[in-house]
Design a protein around this ligand. Structure first.
Ligand code: MN
Length: 471
């Protein structure tokens, strides 16, 4: 049995916390089971540290347990070689790329690594202080954006909140202090609001589960630092976000209708409908800010059960869902759920993998690649409502080249939310971007290279300039 084997081979080994080593493997297996992953993943979780800790070879694992499990353990170990701190740039880039190649082949190796990292951060206190911050920082810079782009909302917030005090101790203290009284106010008032919503929903025959969830500290910190918030906690209305979870998508809109009859939406803050227009990582929900019975502004999120599971667990949710439904599920659904190949939602993974040797020798590619892969992402809309996923601080020029390489050669000016804007304006999530086109194609401006954020825009601009001898 896999557990007995792992237990025997880890016997006598201790974690830095003083616990038997097998507690680490068990925690990971437990997390993976919670995410609804398959048996092979859970077994690979149990075995993942045997090559490093006990010198067990992949061949040995293959002989004992078969090729699928051995391959997965191998994959987990390869993915684990991604080091940010203390590694040279090119090595980091190569490792990062390896990770994405693995993701494209089999997401499970990356999911197991994420579960592994989660436990390592939970037990970070066991390490010497000098080692804690680099590991926490690496987690915040690599694993958190990865979890975010995969749509694993729960893991993302968990890792952020666990690493926040290690990485930014001063800021953590500051947020805790200023948020304290505001949280207290919310905690005193939100339950009453929730009760009223429950009453409204049941009166109209809408079956829903309603609860409140305090905002995570790190995401609160990031929000406070946004220019439009300017560290004013009074401008943050989702300290406790209220969630209405309904049976299906149609009931989300019924619930919204009922809610707005009683509590009016706040003008200009308004509604975001991520059901009609999902975020690029697959996230779906309706967010609305309303005045409650006391006149306080609160944010309410409405989503179906399936959307909720998807938002919390991302790609793992596919699997969990198909297990839950296995007997009644169609073949299509099952195939979609049980194969861990990268689907349409993960086009960005394929894109990153596809970069390959294209820019590889250039030192600059390192920065681009990490930026595209790991920076926080925003999503913007075309005038027709198509969603585009861009790194933070992208501009209309980035947008143009990412919509279509040729659109970039027709930029006259841009409109953001129907207002004329400069081509270097910084885009925000939710912006509608329109490119006002020139009649004839023109060569890109050399100065654009100073502000574009995406690899794609940079590459196209450089190529075009080289052609006309402009660089
Ligand atoms: Mn481990």
């Amino acid at each position: 049995m896999v557990f007995d084997y792992a237990n025997e081979k880890h016997l006598g080994q201790l974690r830095k916390t003083g616990d038997p080593y097998i507690t680490h493997s068990l925690n990971i297996a437990h997390t993976l089971a919670g995410w609804g992953l398959d048996q092979t993943s859970i077994e690979a979780g149990l075995l993942h540290d045997l090559p490093e800790m006990s010198g067990i070879s992949i061949e040995e694992i293959e002989k004992k347990f078969g090729v699928e499990l051995a391959d997965l353990v191998d994959g987990v170990n390869l993915v684990g070689q991604v080091r940010l701190r203390g590694s040279r740039d090119m090595e980091f880039l190569e490792n990062l790329r390896k990770m994405f190649v693995h993701m494209a082949k089999d997401l499970r190796a990356v999911l197991i690594r994420l579960a592994d990292r989660r436990h390592n951060i939970l037990t970070l206190y066991g390490l010497p202080i000098i080692k804690q911050r680099p590991i926490a920082l690496e987690t915040l810079e690599i694993y958190v954006p990865l979890a975010e782009r995969m749509g694993m909302g729960k893991l993302k917030s968990e890792l952020e909140d666990l690493t926040f005090p290690y990485v930014y101790p001063e800021e953590y203290k500051w947020v805790t202090e200023i948020a304290g009284p505001h949280f207290k106010h919310s905690i005193e008032n939100v339950p009453e609001s929730i009760n009223r919503i429950r009453l409204q929903m049941s009166k109209h025959g809408i079956v829903a589960q309603i609860d409140g969830r305090p905002k995570h500290k790190y995401s609160l910190y990031r929000k406070l630092m946004r220019p439009e918030i300017n560290q004013d906690i009074g401008k943050i209305h989702d300290l406790i976000a209220v969630r209405i979870i309904t049976k299906d998508a149609a009931s989300c809109y019924s619930a919204l209708g009922v809610l707005h009859q009683y509590w009016k939406p706040v003008p200009f803050l308004g509604i975001s409908d991520f059901i009609a227009q999902p975020k690029p990582n697959g996230y779906q929900s309706i967010h609305t800010k309303v005045f409650d019975h006391r006149g306080n502004i609160i944010e309410i999120q409405i989503r179906s059960e399936e959307m909720h599971v998807q938002a919390e667990f991302g790609p793992a949710a596919h699997f969990a869902y198909s297990i839950a439904k296995s007997s009644g599920a169609s073949t299509d659904k099952l195939e979609e759920g049980t194969s861990f190949k990268v689907g349409n939602k993960f086009d960005w993974v394929k894109q990153l993998v596809g970069w390959k040797d294209q820019m590889f020798s250039e030192k600059e590619a390192i920065k681009d690649f990490s930026l595209d892969a790991l920076s926080h992402h925003i999503y913007v809309f075309s005038p027709k409502g198509d969603v585009y996923d861009l790194p933070e601080n992208s501009t209309p020029v980035d947008y143009a080249f990412n919509v279509h390489s040729s659109l970039g050669f027709f930029i006259q000016t841009a409109k953001i939310n129907d207002r004329i804007a400069t081509v270097d304006a910084k885009l925000k999530s939710g912006d509608v971007v329109e490119i006002i086109k020139t009649k004839k194609s023109k060569s890109p401006n050399k100065n654009w290279l100073r502000f574009v954020k995406t690899h794609k825009a940079k590459l196209e601009i450089k190529k075009a300039l080289e052609k006309v001898g402009g660089v």
